[in-house]
Design a protein around this ligand. Structure first.
Ligand code: SF4
Ligand code: SF4
Length: 99
């Protein structure tokens, strides 16, 4: 079974507090990327901004998906591997047939 992330993007869809951003993650991000894609909650926590149910950094066009901050993405984004349980759950939530 193969997974084409650029034809999927499912794991970049989620609720408001979906991807936590740590201070270590922030250190890898440029000020521009922080301003565009990171949402402080006011109580010291930060999350990736979500727009229309997906991460604001997700570029989705004509069935093609890419990350606008790929090299600077936070740790949770590194941890979801294609074919992993998180991946399969995300694909199921999006109604993508994994077979
Ligand atoms: S890791 Fe899985 S859910 Fe995420 S984009 Fe790739 S195939 Fe889709
Ligand atoms: S930072 Fe990139 S990989 Fe992570 S959720 Fe957003 S679009 Fe997806």
């Amino acid at each position: 079974m193969t997974f084409d992330c650029q034809a999927c993007g499912a794991c970049c869809y989620g609720p408001e507090a979906y991807v936590a951003v740590t201070t270590t993650d922030l250190c890898r991000m440029s000020p521009t990327v922080q301003g565009r894609y990171v949402r402080p909650t006011g109580d010291g926590r930060r999350y990736l901004k979500m727009v229309h149910g997906h991460c604001a950094a997700l570029h989705a066009r004509q069935g093609h998906f890419s990350c606008r901050m790929y090299a600077m993405r936070p740790q949770p984004c590194h941890e979801v591997e294609a074919g992993s349980r998180e991946c399969l759950d995300a694909r199921r939530r999006r109604g993508i047939d994994a077979e």
